[in-house]
Design a binder for this molecule. Structure first.
Ligand code: NAI
Length: 300
C-alpha cells in the first residue's frame, strides 16, 4: 500500500491552536490535506478568546509548505466552521472534533455554569460541527470523523462529572454517525488520548508530561481519517507510543421468567450475571435484541 496521503482532501480540526489539535492539523497538512485550523483561543477554563492562536498554527503549516486557513469561531457555531472549509477549499472530507476545556469540581460543588460550558464546548460543539459537516458529506458520499473522548469519560474521574459525562457521550455520537453514515461512505471513530498539553499541565507534573508528546497521538488520528481505514464506531486509547482498541464486553448473563421474578432471584444469580467467562462483544443494538429473544423463558 502506498504511504498515507491526503491529496485533494479537506479537513477541519477544532481546537487546533494548541496541544493535540495543533499536532493533528500539522500532521494532516504535512500529508497533503488542506486544513481549517479552528480555535477560539480562550483559556483552559473557556474564558476569553484570541484570534491569533489559530493564525499562528496556519503560519507554521504554511512555513512547512502546507495549506491551511484560520478560523476563530467557537465550535458552538459549528456551521460557520464548515462554511469556512467550503468557502476556502470547496469541499470537506474530514472532521476532527478535538476542542475542549475543563471546569473541574466535585459533583456537589458543580455549578450550572460549570456544567453548561463544558457541555456546550465538548458535546454540543461536536454536534454542531458534525451535523453541518454530515449534511455536506452525505451529498458527496464520503466523510471521516474523529471524536475525542477521555479516560475520564470511559472510567470516571474525581471532580469531572461534567467533563466525563460529555466525553462518553461523544462516543455515543460517533457510533450513531457511523450507523447513519454507513450507506454514504461516512465513518466516525473515537480516541481517548493522553498527551502533554496546557490542559494536562493543570493535572499532571512536568516529569510525567515529558513522556507524553501529542505527536504520538496524531498518527492514529491520521489513519482513522484516511479513505483506506474501514473502522467505524470504534474506540481507541492512545498515548506515549501506545495504541489499543477498547470494546464493549457483555457477560453471558442469566435468564429469568419475564412475567415475574424477584430481587431474591437476582441476588441468587448475581455471580452468574457478572461472570465474563463466556462473554461476547456486541457491536449493535440488533445484537441486544437477539440476546433478549434468546430467553428460553420468553412466553410470547
Ligand atoms: P488544549 O487546551 O491544549 O487544546 C484545546 C484547544 O481547544 C485550545 O486551543 C482551546 O482554545 C480550544 N477551544 C476551547 N474551546 C473552544 C471552542 N469553544 N471553540 C473552538 N476551540 C476551542 O488541550 P488538549 O489537551 O490538546 O485537548 C484536546 C482534546 O483532547 C480535548 O477535547 C481534551 O478534552 C481531550 N483530551 C486530552 C487529554 C490529554 O491528555 N491532553 C486527555 C483526554 C482527552
Amino acid at each position: 500500500m502506498p504511504g498515507i496521503q491526503f491529496e485533494d482532501r479537506v479537513a477541519i480540526v477544532t481546537g487546533a491552536g494548541n496541544g493535540l489539535g495543533r499536532s493533528h492539523a500539522r500532521l494532516l497538512a504535512s500529508l497533503g490535506a488542506k486544513v481549517v485550523i479552528n480555535d477560539l483561543g480562550g483559556t483552559t477554563t473557556g474564558d476569553g478568546q484570541d484570534q491569533t492562536v489559530a493564525q499562528e498554527v496556519v503560519g507554521e503549516i504554511e512555513a512547512a509548505g502546507g495549506v491551511a486557513v484560520a478560523n476563530g469561531d467557537s465550535v458552538i457555531e459549528g456551521e460557520k466552521i464548515v462554511e469556512c472549509a467550503l468557502d476556502h477549499f470547496g469541499r470537506l472530507d474530514i472532521v476532527v472534533n478535538n476542542a475542549g476545556i475543563l471546569r473541574d469540581r466535585s459533583l456537589h460543588n458543580m455549578s450550572d455554569d460549570d456544567w453548561d460550558l463544558v457541555y456546550d464546548v465538548h458535546l454540543k460543539g461536536a454536534f454542531k460541527v458534525s451535523r453541518a459537516a454530515f449534511a455536506h458529506m452525505r451529498e458527496q458520499g464520503y466523510g471521516r470523523f474523529v471524536m475525542t473522548t477521555s479516560a475520564a469519560g470511559l472510567y470516571g474521574n474525581f471532580g469531572q462529572a461534567n467533563y466525563s459525562a460529555c466525553k462518553l457521550a461523544l462516543h455515543g455520537l460517533s457510533q450513531t454517525i457511523s450507523v447513519e453514515g454507513k450507506k454514504k461512505g461516512i465513518q466516525s471513530n473515537t480516541i481517548a488520548p493522553i498527551a502533554a498539553s496546557r490542559m494536562m499541565s493543570t493535572v499532571m507534573d512536568n516529569e510525567a508530561m515529558k513522556k507524553l508528546d501529542p505527536g504520538a497521538v496524531s498518527p492514529l488520528v491520521a489513519w482513522l481519517c484516511h479513505e483506506d481505514c474501514q473502522a467505524a464506531g470504534e474506540l481507541f486509547e492512545v498515548g506515549a507510543g501506545w495504541i489499543s482498541q477498547v470494546r464493549w464486553e457483555r457477560s453471558k448473563g442469566s435468564y429469568f421468567p419475564p412475567s415475574g421474578f424477584t430481587p431474591d432471584d437476582v441476588y441468587e444469580a448475581w455471580n452468574q450475571i457478572r461472570d465474563f467467562e463466556q462473554a461476547t462483544h456486541p457491536t449493535s443494538t440488533k445484537e441486544t435484541i437477539e440476546a433478549i429473544n434468546l430467553n428460553p423463558q420468553n412466553e410470547a
